[in-house]
Write a protein that binds this ligand. Structure first.
Ligand code: S3P
Length: 451
């Protein structure tokens, strides 16, 4: 009995009170987008690439396991990693290979770009959440290159198999969702072609472009107001490359909001990637009255890195969020919604239907959680209005479960619990392992009695 109840206990996190005032300095783990890109591109280089501070999360481990299955040697010790790349299309394609992308849309989509020459069918599977997500957004353009797809259960969903082609065409591709995963998938596929791939893409995170440049892969980018016009030629070979992954701004965002919503508190987050295509969260929070500044800014291999200093804010105001910031804040809307819930006035976020395409339908879930907290929302399939309550009082137990184990729903709910009264009971603690396994440890570092 005791044993059973212990097992049950460990499944959820119970937060009974607000976090106490703090003044701390923390580091968050390595950026997820950069970690997965380093793994995939290092696999295409010729020779040994080294990486420090690789994110040790399930999504990144799944990327390492995937390239291992494709014959690439990987050495991993804590968060230091060496990959012995075998050149472009240097994978060893065995029959009946199964790649498990687990919870990671980034891995599932990007790796397909590297498999468009596979001489055998390769099956890609994922967890329950990933198996609900749309893959037509990349299979459609990859088919134009010449790749073939077979679905095992539902059309356009995982599990699916890819069968490559020897005779690839160059394509023109329009990416109009602002999806960096789609753009990057096509950029990786372009490495396998013989001519020029042209991409017209709504602006989204540009890590792949910056790494391509750093690796001297022939890439030309013309920027217009809305689109980036990208042209890629395949390089003869990619040299191995060393990298130190900076902290993840998406992981930092939870702690920014924890500080903003905790009276008289301060926080310094060390060494965070502040690539402007990722800093939408900071721009939005500042417009809402948050006190956030950069300290010790520097450049690293095309990326921008900085320490981020945050102070709590008393007078938060609602925002009519400009849509042009959407793609640079796409992973942070849930946590931004929590600030809107405590801001004065009605906040409005529009053109964010992409949020429902994530690990869970996040627009719906974000609204649901706010409603459970007593916050009024008006939800459509691509927008939300949030009626803020600066003096919100919660005096009940809020239970959060069955959210497809979406790591960001868990972390948003935890921050909600730590910055409001009421009791929060949040299931599926393990969900944090996909992007930020040390999330709860860092909270303990800020207040060692709270959880
Ligand atoms: C990512 C792009 C975003 C983001 C995801 C990581 C990437 O997805 O939500 O967490 O690394 O390219 P979309 O490109 O689908 O918007």
């Amino acid at each position: 009995m005791t044993h059973l109840s212990l097992i049950n206990m460990s499944k959820f996190l119970l937060i009974k009170k607000k976090i106490s005032v703090f003044n701390k300095r923390i580091s968050v783990s390595g950026d997820k987008s950069l970690s997965i890109r380093w793994v995939l591109l290092a696999s295409q280089a010729v020779g040994k690439s080294k990486c420090h501070n690789l994110l040790m999360s399930e999504d990144v481990i799944a990327a390492l396991e995937s390239i291992r299955k494709l014959g690439i040697k990987v050495k991993l010790q804590n968060n230091y990693c060496e990959i012995y790349g075998n050149g472009i299309n240097g994978f060893k394609y065995k029959k009946n290979l199964i790649i498990n992308a687990k919870n990671s849309g980034t891995l599932g989509r990007l790796i397909l770009g590297l498999l468009i020459k596979s001489p055998h069918k390769i099956k890609i599977i994922g967890d329950k959440s990933l198996s609900k997500r749309d893959f037509s957004r990349i299979t459609v353009p990859l088919k134009k290159f010449g790749a073939n797809f077979f679905y095992h259960k539902k059309k356009n969903k995982l599990p699916l198999s890819i069968l490559g082609s020897k005779f690839l065409k160059d394509i023109n591709y329009l990416e109009n969702k602002g999806s960096a995963q789609c753009k990057s998938c096509i950029m990786l596929a372009a490495l396998n072609t013989s001519g020029t791939t042209s991409i017209k893409a709504v602006k989204s995170r540009n890590h792949s472009e910056l790494i391509f440049r750093y690796l001297k892969i022939p890439i030309k980018i013309k920027k217009t107001e809305k689109y980036d016009l990208i042209r890629i030629k395949p390089p003869k070979k990619i040299k191995p490359f060393n990298y130190r992954i900076p902290g993840d701004i998406s992981s930092s965002a939870f702690f920014m909001v924890l500080t903003i919503l905790t009276q008289n508190s301060k926080l310094l987050i060390k060494d965070v990637n502040i690539n402007p295509s990722r800093t939408g969260v900071i721009k939005i929070l500042k417009k809402m009255g948050a006190k956030i500044s950069f300290k010790n800014q520097r450049k690293y291999k095309g990326e921008k890195i900085s320490d981020i200093f945050i102070k709590s804010s008393k007078n938060l105001k609602a925002i009519n969020c400009p849509s042009k910031l959407n793609s640079s804040a796409i992973d942070e809307f849930l946590i931004i919604f929590l600030v809107a819930a405590r801001a004065k006035g009605i906040s409005y976020f529009k053109n964010i239907s992409e949020l429902n395409q994530k690990e869970s339908p996040r627009l719906i879930w974000g609204s649901k959680i706010l409603n459970m907290m007593g916050i009024k929302t008006v939800l459509t399939n691509d927008s939300i209005k949030i009626y803020g309550q600066p003096n919100l009082v919660i005096n009940k137990t809020i239970t959060i479960k069955n959210y497809l184990k979406d790591h960001r729903i868990f972390m948003m709910s935890t921050i909600a619990g730590l910055t409001n009264n009421g009791i929060f009971k949040i299931y599926d603690k393990d969900s944090i392992n996909s992007s930020f396994p040390s999330f709860l440890k860092i909270i303990k570092k800020i207040d060692n009695k709270i959880i």
